[in-house]
Design a protein around this ligand. Structure first.
Ligand code: PLP
Length: 419
């Protein structure tokens, strides 16, 4: 395998190439091939950007046609046919069936661009500067997003002061007996708490990078109630957990939330094409024209594939199949937790956004390496990297899922026997 170009010229910052030391070339559905023709099942899925698998035929076909027909590719925020079709499909197939009404902002194409826009809007709406953010949160690598992220190593990267963030405990932090929602409600109402009223509370319903910590529906509802009571904007960062990952389109549907602002990216284009949106409660869409901008707000190829993705959610069979796969995955994981108590502490996450919290980072490292050898790509997460992230494509077939779980099972078995 020729990796000379990478080792000679790519920055030391590169990570996944070291983790999966082969050169990939083709991919379809849940499978990815390397140059030598070896196939792997992909549970890394572009870190949540390929929820619909690689090259989903319903999604790439319109893109190929679009590319081959001389259509516009980049349009800033001008009107285009592809953008109009995306907005119409998103409203009809995603928002309306869920009784949600939002204005749509198209920021720059990455997740962190969406979060920066959301934070800026919340600050403009409220005239306040601080934001409440949670332990173990991850919101991206630009300064505002770094500031609201939890991990010390991430936060320090900015190299400048990270003002205006009030850190509060996530659901279940430091343990289940602490009621963090009541704490937040109390400090916001107490003039002696020393905690000023924030512009926004920003949260992930499942903290993916933070260790697959899933908030309960009751806690999420309580946070929404607290935001309304104290006139604080609720921002849901659904960049990794949204666009179908949990089995529903939005990760907060199970808690019946109506957040003030929702950020989507990663799997929104369903093709790996960068695309982000910020969904804004109409009455707080107080942007002036051109006040927030970015060159790559008009990635029309991404609009085309995102439109195809939206239409999948109008197909009842598709929705039922995703829900069934989520149940099947959870059953598989329950069995692994029961079978390997020496390796696995507990199951975490929710739906198809799952994880296995292991007894140590060493367990995860070994399972990762053995799984890779045997044809399965998995990632770790959490502040101690002791969680195996289980992110199958939501379109994975039963046979592929069974095969991936067998590889995981064998890797755990090897680790369990080796101890
Ligand atoms: N928010 C969450 C929850 C994420 O998981 C990520 C990326 O992993 C981001 C924001 C940042 O997205 P991007 O890397 O596209 O800027």
């Amino acid at each position: 395998m020729n990796t000379d170009a990478f080792s000679a010229y790519e920055s030391n910052v590169q990570r996944y190439g070291r983790s999966f030391p082969t050169v990939f070339t083709k991919a379809l559905g849940a499978t990815i091939w390397d140059e030598a023709g070896k196939n792997y099942l992909d549970f890394l899925v572009g870190s949540g950007a390929l929820n619909y698998g690689h090259n989903h035929p319903n999604i790439v076909a319109p893109a190929i046609e679009y590319l081959a027909s001389g259509n516009i590719l980049l349009s800033l925020d001008m009107y285009t046919v592809a953008k109009r079709e995306f907005i119409e499909a998103f409203v009809e197939s995603v928002l309306k069936p869920r009784d949600l009404t939002y204005k749509i902002q198209f920021p720059g194409p990455t997740g962190t661009n969406a979060n920066e826009a959301a934070l800026a809007l919340a600050r403009k709406v409220t005239g306040r500067s601080s934001v409440m953010a949670f332990t173990n949160a991850f919101h991206g690598m630009s300064l505002g997003s770094l500031a609201v992220s939890g991990a010390a190593s991430t936060r320090e990267l900015g190299g400048v002061a990270r003002h205006d963030v009030i850190r509060v405990p996530y659901d279940g932090y430091p343990n289940r007996s602490f009621d963090s929602a009541s704490y937040i409600d109390y400090v916001l109402g107490d003039p002696g708490s020393g905690i000023e009223k924030p512009a926004a509370i920003i949260l992930e319903t499942i903290q993916a990078e933070g260790g697959m910590n899933a908030a309960s529906a009751a806690w999420l509802k309580e946070i929404q109630r607290i935001c309304r009571k104290h006139d604080v904007v609720l921002i849901i960062d659904d960049i990794q957990a949204g666009a179908g990952r949990t089995g529903d389109f939005f990760s907060f549907e199970f808690a019946k939330l109506q957040p003030d602002i929702v950020c989507l990216s990663k799997s929104l284009s369903a093709s790996g094409n960068p695309l982000s949106i910020v969904l804004i409660r109409p009455d707080i869409d107080i942007w002036n024209p051109g006040e927030h901008s970015g060159t790559f707000r008009g990635n029309n190829l991404a609009f085309v594939t995102a439109t195809a993705m939206c239409r999948l959610w109008s197909d009842k069979e598709f929705v039922a199949a995703v829900a069934k796969t989520a149940v099947k995955l959870q059953e598989h994981l329950d069995r692994l937790v029961e079978k390997y108590p020496n390796c696995i502490e507990q199951k975490c996450g929710r739906g198809l956004m799952a994880g296995l919290k292991c007894r140590s980072q060493a367990v995860v490292g070994r399972v990762h390496d053995v799984a890779f050898e045997n044809g399965l790509l998995i990632e770790s997460s959490g502040p101690n990297r002791d969680v195996i992230k289980i992110l199958p494509p939501i379109t994975i077939t039963d046979g592929e899922l069974d095969r991936a779980i067998t590889i995981l099972d064998n890797a755990l078995q090897e680790k369990a026997n080796g101890d």
